[in-house]
Design a protein around this ligand. Sequence first.
Ligand code: GLU
Length: 306
Amino acid sequence: MQVNWESIIQATYEKVKDLDDKGVVASYIPELVHVNPDSFGVHLSTIDHIQYGVGHFDVKFSIQSIAKVLSLSLAYQIVGDKIWTRLGVEPSGTAFNSLVQLEADKGIPRNPFINAGAIVISDILLSHLKNPKDDFLSFIRSIANNPELDYSSRIAASEKSAGFLNVALCNFIKSFGNIHNDPSDVLDFYFDLCSLEMSCRELSELFLFLANNGRHLSTNKPILTSSQCKRVNALMQTCGFYDESGEFAFKVGLPGKSGVGGGIVAVHPNQYTIAVWSPKLNGKGNSYKGMRFLEAFTTESQLSIF
Ligand code: GLU
């Protein structure tokens, strides 16, 4: 099917841009408020090398929890299926930073995309990488062919100064034996991962390997096996949107992941990736306009996975 991406994206953007945005910029990480609340960008990358962006698609923003997909990918590449002895694959049905299920589940987080799960993934990476912070950055730079991707020390320090709940989560999991390293090292690495900054263009390019069966788009080298890629996409579909994952599947119909910086990236296997950024969040912590845009986009293009 020949798709006129440009006209669909442009028309959808125009429709959503002037909506009354009922969202609120996240402020529990103090530095996140220093953003233009009216920013709104969209960028699409297809596996046939079509690229199209509109609005603030080239402005870097804090990707926050979207980084959890990348840290999972590297940990999965390194340890394979043994990873699932340390965490589950079920939607949690609770807030992203919730402590409540961990006691009953004996320190095994429900999935890799809630904070507890991403903290365990950070611990796994710390155990396997020589220089975790540099090695992880090299991993994503090589996937994206983009040496400009980087952490924000400002955002990481800001989260560290206020991240008491994450400190509690990490120590609680440690008490069950599911954190192997020093909790303060694990948390420092976790805060660094969450502080990654990139634009919608960079984000959609970076995620193309998940639309390409786990293979690097230009070299065709495997980053994940096709089975691992299927599973990462399945987890994004079921757990990628906090307590709104069912609604995202229902309205948008794509695997994806959001972050409290207001970014969302969604993947259509074998077709395209699309990244949206608008910092005001709805009551469930997902970008208000980002959700509205993607719903209208897959409806208009008829290109959801369902
Ligand atoms: N660094 C954030 C936190 O741990 C990530 C939250 C998110 O984007 O969901 O609270």
